[in-house]
Ligand binder design. Structure first.
Ligand code: 48H
Length: 266
């Protein structure tokens, strides 16, 4: 049995050694995913499963974005037939409801996605805010990170940097990374306006369709998924149906994998 004092040191040293090992191993990534909502987590899952080095960064203590709360805090979500292969692959429980629709408990779904992504090998950094990107030779090449509490307190503390071959803006309604890239570097994005158009009002079916359609690379090295994909393109919101978010995450993982493979080949 360890002495009490030795055990306290062991606990602290274990966490510090492990955490800094994890952080150092993520200084050069294949994929930096900004935002741990459903589209970002699903992207992290597929990329990690494909053997890529992936980190997912979320400013909140609990990643999961808008999925935990279901609709108006009624903690269930709807998923349509088309996205059910993803729900099944990620081993989530569900029950049929109406034509081509399924209900999934939103807490179970969020926890399940996070479990599968981390189990597949994605590293999650919570309480990290991405405040900028690395921008070199006309490419987005990494993320600039700081502690969320540092930014909340308005403390003048410089950030750290994680380089990455690809960066995903999965920040949801605010499209934060796309906005930052366009504003700070004066560049045109591959979007209808060349910038962030901003999302439109509710049309569930159309919003679901365009979420997947708008999922793409909008600037060399920078990809968008989920609500951010609709936001940059000026498309509809869809309310608490989540199939589009899951399919967007899967699609963007494929696009990012292609870009990473191409970069490796030089
Ligand atoms: C670190 C950041 C930063 C930053 C934001 O909004 P999300 O859940 O993202 P999506 O697009 O995967 O899912 C959208 C869905 O939840 C939703 O809102 C729907 C379907 N709405 C429909 C409707 O009609 O309203 O998650 C985004 C995540 C959050 O966890 C943020 O904390 C995080 O991104 N985040 N993390 N650095 N700069 N900005």
């Amino acid at each position: 049995m360890l002495k009490i004092s030795a055990m306290e040191t062991l606990i602290s040293r274990g966490i510090i050694d492990s955490y800094f090992g994890k952080l150092k191993s993520c200084l050069q990534l294949d994929a930096a995913i900004v935002g741990g909502g459903p589209s970002g987590i699903v992207a992290a899952y597929y990329l990690a499963k494909g053997g890529y080095k992936v980190a997912l960064l979320d400013r909140k203590l609990s990643p999961g974005g808008g999925m935990w709360g279901g609709a108006m805090m009624f903690n269930d979500i709807v998923v349509q037939e088309e996205a059910m292969p993803i729900v099944q692959e990620l081993a989530l429980s569900y029950r049929p409801y109406g034509e081509g629709c399924y209900i999934v408990d939103s807490v179970h779904a969020t926890a399940g996605l996070l479990y599968q992504a981390t189990k597949a090998g994605a590293t999650v950094f919570n309480c990290y805010s991405v405040e900028d990107v690395v921008y070199k030779q006309g490419r987005v090449g990494g993320v600039v990170v700081n502690w969320t509490p540092v930014l909340r307190e308005g403390l003048h503390v410089d950030p750290l940097t994680l380089l990455s071959t690809t960066v995903l803006d999965a920040t949801g309604h605010d499209c934060e990374i796309a906005r930052t890239v366009a504003r700070k570097n004066g560049v045109r994005l591959n979007t209808p306006t060349g910038g962030v158009a901003g999302e439109m009002s509710m049309d569930a079916a159309e919003g679901e369709r365009t979420t997947v359609e708008n999922t793409k690379e909008i600037y060399p090295g920078l990809f968008v998924s989920g609500m951010a994909a609709n936001g940059v393109s000026g498309s509809f919101r869809m309310g608490p149906i989540f199939g589009g978010m899951l399919m967007s995450g899967r699609k963007v993982a494929g696009l990012m994998a292609q870009a990473i493979d191409a970069a490796r080949k030089g």
